[in-house]
Design a protein around this ligand. Structure first.
Ligand code: AHM
Ligand code: MG
Length: 333
């Protein structure tokens, strides 16, 4: 069977007028960076990359060595190609400017370089998440305001999953497409065309250790799922929680499900757990492009107007009918 590489896929998207040459280059460069991150992730203890870096990031969270390495790889890979006006990273407090001696382009790249940090040291799947915006017209270097665009304006979004195999899953606004890394050849092969999220599901993902802090609508929804066939839903539901958003969302994109990190009493002051620009928006675009839904419980994630770069939001995404039910419970409350 003839194999289609990521390169061929992207060239065909460009020919069809769905992406510009610069966006194609950008996605190729991200894919190259992902391969380098994957090498570090997979070497683990052999390369001495596990454990704490000894530093805190902007959110005051302890950085792992691999957080720092992945961040450096993505920044360095993307700074010289001429396709970007600037970058923003979950690991860096302010906008990352392109060094002055390189040409600038029209796109903004945002990323969570290594998502699921708590899983690094226990050899469980982690990922990278990215989002692409256009740099608003203007004469100067991008500022934080340049990045504060609602998720509907994303030009592309995707993630890499470093699991038993490494996958790159992306959208440029024309469905969701998955690629598997052939590690011997060093290229991503198009393996999962038009991934879709079934509208119904009997699988949910939420960190139940936070149950006592949840808001009423979430307590009601999860409570009904846990009652199973003895409760109002009349059927049993299964639960999964990897604690790597990339792995949990990949499962939703593969066989359906609902993933929730709602706001609760413990994290109310910060607005939620997951970051709007690096986690919620790219995943929301992917899930919607796959036929699912993504909400904060009160509004569509992609329509949230960001007010700051590292903003956090509640996230409820996945199979459409279940997300709609959770949103309805919020409205009723
Ligand atoms: P990170 O970006 O610091 O890794 O945090 C985000 C991760 C998500 O991948 C995951 O869904 C969530 O945090 C898990 O949180 P918890 O440990 O509270 O279950
Ligand atoms: Mg993260």
């Amino acid at each position: 069977m003839r194999r289609v590489s990521l390169t061929q896929f992207l060239i065909e998207q460009q020919r069809a007028g769905r992406i510009t040459a610069d966006l194609r280059l950008l996605l190729e460069v991200v894919a190259r960076a992902v391969k380098a991150i994957r090498v570090n992730v997979s070497r683990g203890a052999l390369a001495g990359v596990l454990g704490e870096a000894g530093t805190d990031n902007v959110q005051g969270e302890a950085q792992k060595k691999l957080d720092v390495i992945a961040n450096e790889i993505l920044l360095q890979a993307n700074e010289w190609g001429g396709h970007l006006a600037g970058m923003a990273s979950e690991e860096v407090e302010t906008v990352c400017q392109i060094p002055f001696d390189y040409p600038k382009g029209g796109y903004l790249l945002l990323f969570d370089p290594l998502d699921g940090s708590s899983n690094i040291d226990i050899n469980v799947s982690v990922g990278s998440i990215f989002s692409v915006l256009s740099n608003p017209p203007g004469p100067t270097e991008p500022s934080e305001e340049s990045f504060l665009q609602a998720g509907v304006l994303q030009k592309a979004a995707g993630y890499a999953l470093y699991g038993p195999s490494t996958m790159l899953v992306l959208t440029v606004g024309n469905g969701v497409h998955g690629f598997t890394l052939d590690t011997e050849m060093g290229s991503f092969i198009y393996t999962n065309p038009f991934m879709t999220v079934p509208v119904d599901t009997r699988e949910y993902a939420i960190n139940c250790s936070n149950a006592r802090f949840w808001e009423e609508p979430v307590k009601r929804y999860v409570g009904e799922l846990q009652e199973g066939r003895d409760g109002p839903r009349g059927e049993d539901f299964n639960m999964r929680w990897v604690a790597s958003m990339v792995a949990d969302v990949h499962r939703v994109l593969t066989r359906g499900g609902i993933f929730m990190y709602p706001v609760d009493e413990k994290i109310r002051a910060q607005g939620g757990k997951l970051r709007l620009m690096y986690e919620a928006n790219p995943m929301a675009l992917l899930v919607e492009q796959a036929g699912g839904a993504a909400s904060t419980g009160r509004e569509r994630i992609l329509e949230v107007q960001p007010v700051k770069l590292h903003q956090r939001v509640p996230v409820i995404l996945g199979s459409k009918h279940e997300v709609e039910r959770v949103v309805a419970y919020h409205a009723e409350a």
